[in-house]
Design a protein around this ligand. Sequence first.
Ligand SMILES: [Fe+2]
Ligand SMILES: [Fe+2]
Length: 169
Amino acid sequence: MNLDKPHMTYFLQKINQVLTHPKVLKMDEFIQHGKVTCLQHSIAVAYYSYIAALNLPFRIDYHSLIRGAMLHDFFLYDWRDKNKGFRWHGFKHPKIALNNAQKFFDLSQKEKDIILRHMWPLTIIPPKYIESIIVSLVDKTVTVLETFNLFKTKFFMINQKLAFRKAIE
Ligand SMILES: [Fe+2]
Ligand SMILES: [Fe+2]
């Protein structure tokens, strides 16, 4: 599951557009699962959503797919700190992430749907676009892999770190 050079260049260019914003880099201060920060998680979801999309027989808006995936968990707080009133995180954070994202970025309808519906079926309204369905499924898969530390295999870590390092250079 590697991207070839042109696709990797496209991917890095797209995530860079989002990563240049200091608020987005702030996601690296919050742990998402295990030892993975929210920013690393978002890059992994964007990366594997893009790979999944390239292998599907549909017309896909890659630009919105990658940007929406990068911002799907842009909620900017430590969700594990129950004392700070972040209860019902699973239900509430898509809306909070969307509000934050809209403050700093001009979002397409698809990008909004990706962010708002990624927790489906926990949140009742289903995703509307193929891009949102992909991100929602990849998010769940990546979450399980991160939670159980399965990204520790060399293969996955190399890709993730490479993308991250190149993106912030
Ligand atoms: Fe989420
Ligand atoms: Fe997520």
